[in-house]
Write a protein that binds this ligand. Structure first.
Ligand code: 5AD
Ligand code: SF4
Length: 440
């Protein structure tokens, strides 16, 4: 045999995809592949794709177009993830040089699919087992950060929001047993990890298949694993957001002071059209629980503007909701019609320029809210986890429990190592980050 087989993998999309890629990398390395840093050096080129909005979906087709000439040189292409599951074998028609198309629910079959490619098969698919009860777990997970790591606790989604592709790309919800989650957290703590992020499309819809623990109890149990100093979880669905989650945050110091709770719209009418299964009032009730906690819990959200039928009055309600909640961060998107979804049959009624106008208005308003929120940290001493350095600015880059960026200087000539925790006094604030100096 010749030299070692090599692969290049590029990831698009959410944290679930980022972590899936870590598992795929671990699996490929286990199969004897070495990872390289460019398409040109690789025998096998993989794209782990996202189809949440049309723009995300188009990225993979641009990449394939840019690199298809490499097929003549014997390189093989694989399309993984959400576009793979959504488009299935149509990808072979659109890009005939692709040899493997696999959705995330089929990754446990990657080793055999790789063998098929190596044997010269040019139409290998992993699209057929979305109804499985199993999650994709591998002891070979590659982790790109030695201090902070992901643990998938639930895969798939059963919510079927009217605009969203995820139930079609990631399939049915399946939860991992709490013992298995805790074993992974302990393993990570044993190899030096201090922060874990529990992942799921609807992370708080997790139900222990063994019936042992509630989601809040799982959070608490992970937070009590010796060595784990920070636990995050994303993304929570308001419908399944229970009060005991807030109580757990109050009681277990390792649980971070941050909840990401996508609202999507401030109008109950639009929420109903979106099939979100909660009203503005019910959402605000959950926010009131969070605000009622003993700890100050930072809140962030996702918003879609220009959903079919969204009137100026509906949009105004989203703005008043932002003002009522006072989020520390908002991810806002223009509605993008997606294949297979119920909203696809509703007229995409808000013109593109109007979507852009609403988006900009919302972002401008939110910036002012954040400016005021971040200002409250002035003079506080916060614990920062070191992520790295910014040599150009002579600053250490850190992150607070609330998930805010805290850049700071130290009196020491040598910067603290990534993964270290330091108390930092906040000396200046911005709408999106904090500046400070390490406390001696
Ligand atoms: N168009 C625009 N934004 C969307 N999102 C999900 N589907 C769509 C869509 N079709 C947004 C939601 C979700 C975030 C991950 O992406 O706000 O919470
Ligand atoms: Fe994109 Fe959604 Fe798939 Fe994540 S789950 S990669 S956001 S389409």
């Amino acid at each position: 045999m010749g030299a070692q087989k090599t692969f290049y993998l590029e990831t698009f999309g959410c944290q679930m995809n980022v972590h899936d890629s870590e598992k795929v990398i671990g699996t490929l390395e286990q199969q004897g592949y070495a990872r390289v840093e460019s398409e040109a050096e690789a025998d096998l080129i993989l794209y782990n794709t996202c189809s949440i909005r049309d723009k995300a979906e188009q990225k993979v087709f641009h990449r394939l177009n840019d690199y298809k000439a490499l097929y003549q040189k014997g390189k093989r292409f694989a399309v993984l993830g959400c576009v793979a599951q959504q488009e299935g074998e149509r990808i072979f028609e659109r890009a005939p040089f692709v040899s493997l198309v696999s959705g995330s629910a089929s990754y446990r079959r990657l080793p055999e699919m790789l063998v098929q490619i190596e044997q010269g098969d040019t139409r290998v698919t992993g699209l057929d087992d979305r109804q499985t009860e199993e999650t994709f777990e591998t002891e070979f997970t590659f982790r790109s950060n030695p201090h902070r790591g992901y643990i998938t606790i639930i895969e798939g989604c059963d919510k079927f929001c009217a605009y969203c592709v995820v139930p079609y790309t990631r399939g049915k919800e399946r939860s991992r047993r709490s013992e298995s989650v805790l074993a992974e957290a302990r393993r990570m703590a044993g190899s030096g990890y201090t922060e874990v992020q529990l992942l799921g499309q609807n992370v708080n819809s997790w139900r222990d298949p063994g019936g042992k623990r509630s989601f809040a109890e799982l959070l608490a149990a992970v937070g009590e694993v010796p060595g784990i100093r920070r636990v995050r979880f994303t993304t929570s669905h308001p419908r399944d957001f229970t009060r005991d989650i807030v109580e757990a945050i109050d009681e277990v110091p390792a649980l971070c002071d941050h909840v990401h709770l996508p609202v999507q719209s401030g109008s109950s009418r639009v929420l109903r059209l979106m099939q979100r299964e909660y009203t503005r009032e019910q959402y605000l009730e959950r926010i009131a629980w969070i605000k009622g906690a003993r700890r100050t819990i930072s809140m962030t959200t996702d918003i879609i503007v220009g959903f079919p039928g969204e009137t100026p009055e509906d949009f105004e309600q989203t703005i008043t909701l932002l003002e009522a909640v006072q989020y520390d961060g908002v991810f806002a998107f223009k509605y993008s019609p997606r294949p297979n979804t119920p909203a696809l049959s509703m007229p995409d009624s808000v013109p593109e320029e109007e979507k852009s106008r609403r988006l900009q208005l919302l972002l401008d308003r939110q910036r002012e809210i954040q400016r005021a929120n971040y200002e409250r940290h002035l003079g506080q001493i916060l614990e920062a986890m070191v992520e790295g350095v910014n040599p150009a600015r002579g600053q250490v880059v850190g992150r607070t429990s609330q998930n805010k960026t805290l850049n700071f200087t130290t009196a020491q000539p040598i910067a603290p190592a990534p993964g270290a925790y330091l108390p930092v006094r906040v000396t200046k604030t911005f709408p999106n980050s904090l500046l400070g100096e390490a406390v001696a």
